[in-house]
Design a protein around this ligand. Structure first.
Ligand code: F6P
Length: 368
């Protein structure tokens, strides 16, 4: 009997359970070899501390439609402490694992890649995140559910904004990537969309809002990414100009153990709203959608993408494609090396997939 470990790491995303189910069911149906799966609780912490759950096919029945992860998750950076890596490697060998499926964003995949590279652990990666910023794949599962949540929220906010002839600033998650903001903003007819990939001055947003009023529109929806680069607002630690005069994140911001900037929900939205009210004179309100964007059931697309990823990951286990991750390229789910998709060292700059300029040009077609 071959034994396969499965873990989910980093922020949860709708569709994680679809992947777990896909791996477990597909491996149970493999002919020629018998497989059993075990789950590690709370991501890499579960591997380090040897906290496991049995994952028989019966345990993954009826979880496809559920958000979150039945395994639990955490943001555990094993590589911060050499002893944590040693413990995790020892548990892997003690349990006599034949493979380990690591489902997560760039941080989780990075650790999986290091364990494969440095300790020959048989890791297969599966890219997850609502942020959709993992290199090598067109979409991560979780992204479309998040866009759906944000779009519905903005649709609901529009009526109250219209009734009061206000400006509503809606802040979306996504860290340094503007995917959720741009897609939800475009889907909900936002009057302005501000993303990290396209630095802007607050005066420009105010100009657009005033222009819309001059055309007779009595309310405005401004969608901003939590990591948006907006000059002229007071977000304490955030944006500074670099040597070339480009707006970049300040070095002084708070970072987590993976080096990610810790973004406080509402920080940017509040700053935008307060400055916009001053510049336009229009009554302005703000809402940060925050973790609502990770909540709820996965949309059908994410259930299917998660299922395809899970089945492909199981097939990668069977074919021995270790050190690889499953990705969506066009309409096809493929298996590609993790090398090159994540950092080689944790001091290296992170590698992300960012929103292309063409998408923002599309959004601008619809500005006033
Ligand atoms: O990476 C997913 C994400 O939801 C980001 O968009 C957000 O900045 C971050 O996680 C929030 O993390 P936490 O759940 O740890 O507050």
């Amino acid at each position: 009997m071959k034994k396969v470990g499965i873990l989910t790491g980093g922020g949860d995303a709708p569709g994680l359970n679809a992947v777990i189910r896909g791996v477990v069911i597909r491996l149970a149906k493999e002919t020629g070899s018998e497989y059993c799966c075990i789950g590690f609780v709370d991501g890499w912490a579960g591997l380090r501390d040897d906290v496991t759950l049995p994952l028989e096919p019966g345990k993954v029945d009826q979880i496809l439609h559920e958000g979150g992860t039945i395994l639990g998750t955490s943001r555990t950076n094993l590589y911060k402490k050499p002893e944590d890596v040693e413990k995790a490697v020892a548990v892997y060998h003690k349990l006599e694992l034949d493979a380990l499926v690591a489902i997560g964003g760039d941080d989780t995949l990075e650790i999986g890649y290091y364990l494969f590279r440095d300790h020959s652990l048989k890791v297969i990666g599966v890219p997850k995140t609502i942020d959709n910023d993992v290199l090598g794949t067109d979409f991560t599962f979780g992204f479309w559910s998040s866009v759906e949540q944000a779009t519905k929220a903005i649709d609901a906010l529009r009526v109250t904004t219209m009734s009061h002839h206000r400006v509503m600033v809606v802040e979306c998650m996504g860290r340094h990537a503007g995917w959720i903001t741009a897609y939800a903003g475009l889907a909900s007819e936002a009057d302005y969309i501000a993303v990290p990939e396209k630095p802007v001055h607050i005066a420009e947003i105010a100009r657009e809002v005033k222009h819309a009023r001059s055309l007779g529109k009595l309310h405005s929806i401004v969608v901003v990414a939590e990591g948006a680069s907006i000059a002229g607002i007071e977000v304490k630690p955030r944006v500074v100009k670099d040597r070339n005069g480009h707006w970049v994140l300040s070095e002084k911001v708070e970072r987590d153990t993976f080096g990610n900037v810790v973004m406080k929900p509402g920080e940017v939205g509040e700053a935008v709203a307060s400055e916009l009210e001053k510049l336009t004179g229009f009554e302005t309100r703000v809402i940060a959608l925050g973790h609502l964007q990770r909540g709820g059931a996965p949309c059908a697309y994410d259930r299917i993408l998660g299922t395809r990823y899970g089945v492909q990951a199981a097939e990668a286990v069977v074919s021995g494609s270790f050190g690889h991750m499953v990705v969506l390229q066009g309409l096809r789910v493929e298996t590609v090396p993790m090398k090159g998709m994540v950092r080689e060292t944790q001091t290296e700059k992170k590698r992300y997939k960012l929103l292309p300029d063409s998408f923002m040009s599309l959004a601008e077609v619809f500005y006033g």
